[in-house]
Design a protein around this ligand. Sequence first.
Ligand SMILES: [Zn+2]
Ligand SMILES: [Zn+2]
Ligand SMILES: [Zn+2]
Ligand SMILES: [Zn+2]
Length: 790
Amino acid sequence: MALPVAEWQARTARLWAALDPALRERLAAASLRDAVRLGCDLLREEEEEAALVSLCRRARTDKEPQAASWYREQGNREFKRGQYQAALRLYSKAASHELPGSPEVSVCFANRSAALLHLRHFEVCLEDIARAESRGYPDRLLPKLLLRKAECLLCLGRLQEAQDVLGVLESKTALDGVMTTHLTRLKKLSQLKAEKERCPEPAGEAGGSVQGEPEIWEENSRISGASSSLRLSFDAERGRHLVASQDIVPGQSLVKEEAFVSVLCPGESVPLQDGDTAWDTRATNADLYCHRCLRQLLASVPCQGCSYAKYCSQDCADVAWQQYHGTECSLGALLLTLGVFCHVALRTVLLAGFAEVSRLVAWSHRGDKDLQNPKAGCKALSDAGAGGRGISGCGSNGRYQSSYQALFHLLPHAEQHSPEHKFLCTLSVVAVCKQLQTAGLEAAVLNQESPQQRSIPKTCEKPSAELSPELKTVAEAMLRHVLQLQCNAQAITVMQELGPGDGAVVDKKPVRLATAFFPVLSLLNHSCCPNTSVSFSGTAATVRASQPISSGQEVLHCYGPHWCRMRVAERQQLLRQYFFECRCRACLEELEPGVKGVVSIRNSFCCPKCQAQMQGEEDTLCCSNGACATSASRDHLSGRLQDLQQRTKKALDLLGVGKADQAIKMLLKCQMDAGTFLSPEHLLMGELEDHLAQVYATLGKWQEAARHLKKSIEIVEMHHGPLSVETGHELFKLAQILFNGFAVSEALSTIQRAEGILSVHFGPQSAQIQELQEMKACLSELPRNILQRT
Ligand SMILES: [Zn+2]
Ligand SMILES: [Zn+2]
Ligand SMILES: [Zn+2]
Ligand SMILES: [Zn+2]
């Protein structure tokens, strides 16, 4: 997903292998500028361009009116079945395929507004009605739409407006019987509401809003977006890094930064085969989140030019168009084919503006010491004491901020990437720049033309033309960014609800939403046992201390391989992709001969005969109980584990189609089998308990659910630690279950524990904490007789 599709990777690999060895050598040693120059010549082969064009056909981003009507029909079908959520998504897909200005697009919005009304999203429903009205909704259908508008306004308590709409409707003649009845009903309702308004109910409880405590935050004067409790430091071994300049308490915010650039990841979706005409009805990230601000979408505003980009509002659509999408829109399929890294690189350049890009590229050519060698710059820093002057990436005022200049200084590690990889990246960015040129977008990229002036781009006229010097500069900057992303890409993740989301207990899992550059966050070094935790809201990241950090200690962030989730060998292998040999505390300890990491101990097999732990690094494992001497092949046990995982998945599928009883039976059988060969602390044992809790919760059997979830929590605590996010989420679920089961005192103490953990990771203002506090408020208002029962 980050890199180009497999076929393009394979193609460039073959091309690389077939190159003249002398040329390969030249490419391997080439500077970024020379790599682009050579890449331009190599991509001139028409065969390569044709191959890319055919790969792009699979990623569909054009508007297809046929798809629009198909999606609309599917939407109507779901609507009739009362599946309004599904209908809503399908109408959104339909709207994204309609040609702007066509009358059908107004019908899509009108249909969607009906689904929104049923789902009681009144404000958004009104927005869709306004969209339908302004896009030429047919006159003969208008009364129905106006009735819906009046109903919405009534539900929102906007009486006067509702009555105005009803007045307009009455003056229209051609209302059929059903509509007249509906109109009469709404008028009655508006009268009732008006009377009620004249004698208002006594005011509700005062100060009912649940508010977390405000956070203490003082910004660092030398690093934008960082806390004043940090300072920027440098040494040869660690490079630039952040250090606590005073004692820090858990939960304290250390960095708050808006992404310099972010690109939504398209999410999992099976690529359509050539010639396949069935359109996909599943919703991916691209349908669920705003392509600019990453807010969750309810009723998306489609891009005017493509079927891919969707936004939370017209505002976001307009800003995105003006800043970058006006240029990216017609390149949609190519960018999906070449992967998110290429896309981020292009957007970075567009956001920075050509003047800034060419200034910094030219600077890098001059071999400026500050730029080529960050150590030189940082020497100046240490000479100047704690001042930031001279540190690479800092502005002329000595301040480090989230800017293109700071981003440009992130290390591309150009000499450490394999030559094949550099070759792939080079050909990919050159392909993007060629496409920009042939699509007539060069002036837009060079900021010589305002986005408003831009019309539909011209189609390829001279496909193999030489890139202009300016576009070569753009390609060089993009190549730098693609290489930087390998080590500096930050995934923006959110907790996404699993399942239909109508259960009393909400299960969530983290999902990668976008790939972004955060120049300040990038100053943090990696550790497999970090002392911070990062969370996201839209495109903003917040780093909080997850444990006490004393003055002088380095502030560390986990790039992914966490000691609780991976064995040291796997971690070290993964980190090698970042050209990084981890020397964190966890790695140093686990690399000692004879020491076994927690992951391998906890996820081990146990003896089928005596349940003692199985040992051995080879293909045959032996029971650790000397008296038992049972042995088993590793492959055999792994096979059993896989089989178990598949059966567990089947059980969950049964739950998905409402067969809870069968799901329970199957899960209990899995649990029994698992006990015969997995260590009691194995993560799968915990997952089985968690699934059982989930099934019992859907049946309203709260006590059983709580019993299983508590066992799952024990295992999660063992794997991730009692103060980890994972434990926090499990406690959150337990709180919901106890809350639903009216186990008041236990619910309150669980809420308190969950609150303590989650506020360290997500802050006191986060949605999770708000929900917990609402539960608490609700419980304390319960009548005494219920309270006494527990
Ligand atoms: Zn948005
Ligand atoms: Zn578009
Ligand atoms: Zn490590
Ligand atoms: Zn044994």
